[in-house]
Write a protein that binds this ligand. Structure first.
Ligand SMILES: [Zn+2]
Length: 378
């Protein structure tokens, strides 16, 4: 005798990203006990300290809310469907992070610096403090990473990690506005740290001067709340996608090429890069920006969109760019959106995944991850 329990997206990261879970029949209490025995992390999200169901979580048996039936003692029979439905406002996503436990510097200087945020009711002091306590990793301190880093720093994101192995080259300055003529030759993470702290000393910049790879990704990514992709090559794109899914981290993705750009947000369990692009193009089929060129302003457009999406996720406002791919064409000056869906056949996040750990991405993509300084990056 089992019943099916529907798990809302906000709780799926705590339940192996599954949408439906079988639990023993009995009463609603028995069903929830079975569920929380299997996935203990869900317990705190369902019950308060007194063991009562949180009021912002509704439980439905078939189509009726249990408060209209017999509450937690409502009988559930073989074949019934139980649904957990958390309250949501405006489609915003709750990342489930308890920011309040993290240290915070807050005084007259912060009130003045962030005053234009503080008067927005959607952000206010509560949202600004979340930003100051948040930790965001930028993969790449190049074209996309530059506007993302500067705007997140200005907005008061408290910890910004920069992972990039490269040094600043004169040819970067046409678009990489994080860097300066005076920092040519300096590691990008150091040049970036200098620019960020000159803009906002509230920001703790963590410099990772390494190429992200299968060895270090699982150590670096868990230190952050949100990962923003600003990389310029396919092995890194698949690596970051896979690592974020396996570590249940939101990924704000962006890419640019000549006059076009794309942006989307992948939340764990709601589709991934491999759902859209199961395999990389054959090696050499798609030229890099170093080979084909890129309009200097283009990463500014896409990077700023990524920065906005990260701020929305941290503060918990608005409709995230989830299950939608935003396409920008600078020559037409047009924005388009296409719908994305989780692909049940996805080898990573599908129903029968074949990828359970990071793989050799250079082998998978047939190209090397650029690792020598002075390589031109996006
Ligand atoms: Zn997928």
């Amino acid at each position: 005798m089992t019943v099916q329990v529907y798990i809302p997206t906000s709780l799926r990261p705590l339940a192996e990203n599954r949408a439906n879970i079988d639990a023993p029949a009995g009463s609603v209490a028995d069903v929830l006990n079975g569920l929380t025995a299997r996935y203990p992390a869900i317990r705190d999200r369902l019950y308060d300290e007194c063991g009562q169901l949180h009021r912002h979580v509704s439980v439905f048996v078939n189509d009726a809310e249990i408060s209209q039936l017999q509450g937690i003692e409502t009988p559930v029979r073989d074949g019934d469907k139980v649904a957990l439905v958390p309250a949501i406002a405006g489609g915003a996503v709750d990342l489930g992070i308890d920011f309040s436990q993290r240290p915070l510097t807050w005084g007259p200087e912060q009130v003045q610096r962030y005053s234009r945020h503080l008067i927005l009711p959607e952000i206010g002091g509560v949202g600004q403090k979340k930003l100051l306590r948040s930790k965001v990793l930028l993969v790449g301190a190049g074209g996309l990473g530059s506007p993302i880093a500067l705007y997140l720093a200005a907005a008061g994101v408290g910890t910004i990690g920069l992972i990039d192995f490269d040094d600043v080259d004169m040819s970067n300055l046409q678009r990489q506005i994080l860097h300066r003529t005076s920092t040519v030759g300096m590691p990008k993470v150091e040049s970036g740290k200098r620019a960020i702290n000159d803009l906002n000393p509230d920001v703790n910049v963590v410099a990772h001067r390494v190429p992200i790879n299968s060895e270090n990704a699982m150590e670096v990514i868990p230190q952050y709340d949100i990962i923003i992709n600003g990389c310029d090559n396919f092995p890194t794109r698949y690596l970051v996608n896979d690592a974020c899914y396996l570590l249940k981290k939101p990924l704000v993705d962006g890419s640019i090429f000549r006059f076009e750009g794309q942006a989307t947000v992948y939340l764990p369990g709601q589709g991934c890069y491999r759902c859209v692009f199961p395999a990389p193009p054959p090696a050499g089929a798609v030229p890099s920006c170093a080979e084909a060129g890129v309009l200097g302003v283009l990463p500014g457009i896409i990077g700023v969109i990524q920065a906005i999406e990260a701020i929305k996720l941290i503060v918990g406002i608005g409709e995230p760019l989830v299950n939608r791919l935003l396409l920008f064409d600078a020559l037409e000056m047009s924005f388009r959106q296409v719908k994305l869906r989780r692909n049940p056949k996805c080898p990573l996040c599908g129903d029968n995944p074949t990828i359970h750990e990071l793989i050799d991405y250079e082998d998978f993509c047939g190209v090397a991850i650029p690792s020598a300084p002075a390589t031109v990056s996006a």
